[in-house]
Design a protein around this ligand. Structure first.
Ligand SMILES: [Mn+2]
Length: 278
């Protein structure tokens, strides 16, 4: 089957929410089994670790998804895991390297064309989360957020010969701004990544798959999810970026028209009425 695998330079996946009933484990398994890449980014909320949810269900299929992701690492792919708010327990493992598997708050991915992208789950930029966040929770997690920014952002700034930012000093101001102002998620993410010298950003979290290329070359990428949609963003071997609405490789070249129509309708539905998860 190796020759039928889709080959990519990079694959970005997020929001699989393994351990909940609506996780599309079969689709994501098929996608991973058919995919071969040099870099695999798991952009958060891969495992849903929130206890007490009514829709929790961990089956063999969920374990199989993790196994397939780790198989990529065994096959020589560099796997980067940036946890999100639903797998925040993994954030404690930031900085851990297990062979080809690296866990950290965020990463910098350099595209084939040279653009540096910030790769981060993105819950920090979600106004609806930060506005409603109890102050105690914020206090307990602020240090993780500062670590996220401090690590990747300053690494990138220093690389570009810029002064590192004092995030502790900025924290109060940012939190006030988040709480006071109703902001658009995409705008907030883009503004922040730009401010810190990145030429693009890859995130997940809001389950709204898209690639937005700005005129100045900045690119906003949201990998979508495997709950409402089955989407991934890939960087092809020639550097081209593509948002993939997943379907398995057909047995022959004939495409089932019914399912093609259904997928197109699903895709349109997803664009017209994007659903936001908690
Ligand atoms: Mn999330």
């Amino acid at each position: 089957m190796a020759e039928s695998k889709r080959q990519y330079r990079t694959v970005f996946l997020s929001d699989i929410h393994l351990g909940t009933v609506n996780s599309k484990t079969e689709a994501v398994q098929a996608f991973l089994a058919e995919t071969s890449c040099e870099y695999l980014y798991l952009v958060g909320d891969i495992i849903d670790g929130w206890v007490g949810r009514k829709d929790r269900k961990w089956g063999k299929d969920a374990t199989d998804v993790i196994r397939l992701a780790l198989n990529q690492a065994n096959d020589g792919c560099k796997v980067f895991y940036a946890p999100g708010n639903h797998d925040a327990f993994m954030r404690r493992m930031h900085g851990v390297e297990l062979g080809n598997l690296v866990i950290d708050h965020s990463f910098v991915h350099t595209l084939l064309d040279g653009r540096d992208l910030l790769v981060v789950h993105g819950d920090l930029f979600d106004d609806s989360v930060t506005r409603l966040m109890p102050i105690a929770w914020l206090g307990a997690n602020m240090h993780e957020y500062l670590a996220v920014l401090n690590g990747t952002v300053n690494k990138n700034r220093i690389k570009k010969g810029k002064r590192p930012v004092d995030f502790a000093a900025l924290a109060k101001k940012s939190v006030k701004k988040f709480i006071a102002k109703k902001t658009d998620y995409e705008e907030e993410v883009v503004e922040n990544a730009r401010e810190h010298g990145f030429e693009g950003v890859v995130c997940g979290h809001v389950h709204r798959p898209r690639i937005t290329e700005h005129e100045d070359g900045f690119v906003y990428i949201n990998t979508g999810d495997w709950v409402e949609h089955s989407t991934a963003v890939v960087e092809h071997l020639d550097g081209r970026l593509e948002l993939i609405w997943y379907r398995s490789i057909p047995d022959d070249e004939t495409v089932d028209e019914d399912s093609a129509v259904r997928r197109t309708l699903d895709a349109i539905k997803g664009l017209v009425s994007p659903t936001k998860h908690d």
